[in-house]
Design a binder for this molecule. Structure first.
Ligand SMILES: Cc1cc2nc3c(=O)[nH]c(=O)nc-3n(C[C@H](O)[C@H](O)[C@H](O)COP(=O)(O)OP(=O)(O)OC[C@H]3O[C@@H](n4cnc5c(N)ncnc54)[C@H](O)[C@@H]3O)c2cc1C
Length: 411
């Protein structure tokens, strides 16, 4: 009997690793990729350094409508397994102070090179520059039509990615093809994306980076989630790691027509009383200066006037002795919870990942095979799971790609 013929549809992270696993398990493997080469998105990951996993891999860092199935899938593949897998291929891990793991070369191209070298050595064939448009299932075969050709395989792994950043390959066509086949999916929306705001002082603070604890709130007060790190102000709104992290939940709320705010705690290491004492002490010590100037050396200069105006202190050129207790408390409140109204989000083109996708209940989590169609396996971002920033999404791509590739070969 000849080898099982497997088509790996999509030459991204999950497809490349699935190809290795299928070939290692004895299959005759072909990758079909729409761009002129495989792994284009991988090359841009982690700002060109590829943050390929994280020591904090845990289900709490993932988002899905079915986290129990997601957890079952992830439990089979730890971050140590990822390190070991890539070490065998030649990647020495570098763990940064936050737990993110990169190749020691700090080059994403190292990851693409070792994956590709490995599968080419195993005899995997590549067809690049062909866009898949349709997948049909006959009794014994999977028929894959591209814009140019029709291919026949015994089994296929669909690793066509989500919809984020189509310049890098995934344009949502995978989900469209599966939807036409009757597979259930959660409507996709961009995640890990910059947020738009009508904050009135954006022009003055554009380009400014501040360290803050960020709390996402809906309808002004109810707190939904929080994160901490560097927030970047831009002409359109806000960005930076904690904003990207919270963006999925913010978009979910915006799509449900809720009012969405973020609150920035610019002094997370001090409580309100401590900050009040500090301000009072400074106003006294620096009483010869203007109110605005007493903030120099405490907060970034470009933030001073916005903070004061936001606290309804408009006579900031007068002396601090003019301030009453209520006003000082109001300034403290602004510094601890600077409220920024979120009005929208950047487009798919700017998003790092796709939220939503094929429902996990539609696949067998032990094999990644579709329940509706035998011999069709799924891997990666096309599924209804996305992770936080920090290597969690690639970890998901490896975990599902390995499982799908191996199961497809074994049948
Ligand atoms: C700028 C950026 C930086 C990122 N950085 C990180 C990071 O550092 N760490 C991390 O964990 N995650 C990161 N991510 C997310 C991560 O890259 C993805 O979650 C991961 O690549 C998903 O893998 P995948 O195999 O499912 O899909 P993809 O990697 O998107 O691969 C899908 C492949 O299928 C091909 N394809 C799509 N449709 C068709 C079609 N119809 N016919 C043929 N081929 C098709 C695409 O061209 C693509 O090559 C980043 C994402 C972006 C955009």
């Amino acid at each position: 009997m000849g080898k099982v013929k497997i088509g790996i549809l999509g030459g991204g992270a999950s497809g490349m690793i699935a190809a290795i696993e299928a070939a290692r398990n004895g299959a005759d493997v072909t990758i079909i990729e729409r761009l002129d080469r495989v792994g284009k998105k991988l090359l841009t990951t982690g700002n060109g350094r590829c943050n390929y996993t994280n020591i904090l891999i845990d289900i709490s860092r993932y988002h899905s409508t079915d986290l129990i199935i997601a957890r079952d899938i992830l439990e089979d593949f730890s971050y140590q397994d990822v390190i070991f897998y890539f070490k065998e291929l030649g990647i020495e891990p570098f763990v940064d102070e936050t737990g993110k793991i990169y190749p020691m070369s700090l080059q994403a191209s190292s990851i693409v090179d070792v994956l590709r070298d490995e599968y080419l050595k195993l005899g995997v064939k590549e067809i690049c520059g062909e866009r898949i448009t349709k997948i049909t299932k006959s009794d014994h075969h999977c028929i894959v039509a591209t814009e140019q050709e029709v291919y026949e395989f015994d089994r296929v792994v669909i690793a066509l990615g989500g919809k984020a950043n189509s310049k890098l390959g995934s344009d949502g066509s995978g989900l469209e093809i599966l939807a036409k086949m009757g597979v259930n999916y959660e409507a996709p929306y961009p995640a890990l994306v910059k947020l738009k705001s009508d904050f009135p002082y954006l022009k003055s603070v554009m380009g400014l980076k501040v360290n803050a604890k960020v709390t996402l709130c809906s309808e002004e007060n109810s707190e939904i989630a929080c994160d901490e790190g560097e927030v970047l102000f831009a002409d359109y709104g806000v960005s930076g790691p904690p904003i990207l992290q919270l963006s999925g939940k913010a978009i979910e709320m915006l799509n449900r027509k809720h009012e969405v705010y973020i609150k920035l705690d610019l002094f997370p290491e001090m409580n309100r009383n401590e900050l009040y004492q500090l301000l009072n002490e400074r106003f006294d010590r620096l009483r010869h200066k203007t109110i605005a100037d007493t903030f120099i050396g405490l907060v970034n200069k470009r933030l001073i006037i916005p903070l004061l105006k936001h606290s309804s202190v408009n006579d900031f050129n007068s002396k601090p002795t003019r301030l009453n207790t209520k006003q000082i408390y109001q300034i403290v409140e602004t510094m601890k919870a600077l409220k920024i109204h979120i009005t929208g989000y950047h487009s798919w083109q700017d998003a790092q990942v796709t939220a939503g996708g094929v429902c996990l209940s539609d696949i067998n989590p032990k094999t990644m095979e579709l329940r509706l169609y035998k011999s069709i396996y799924l891997a990666g971002e096309i599924l209804d799971v996305y992770g936080d920033c920090g290597g969690f999404n690639l970890h998901w791509a490896w975990a599902t790609g390995i499982k799908a590739g191996k199961s497809a070969a074994k049948g």
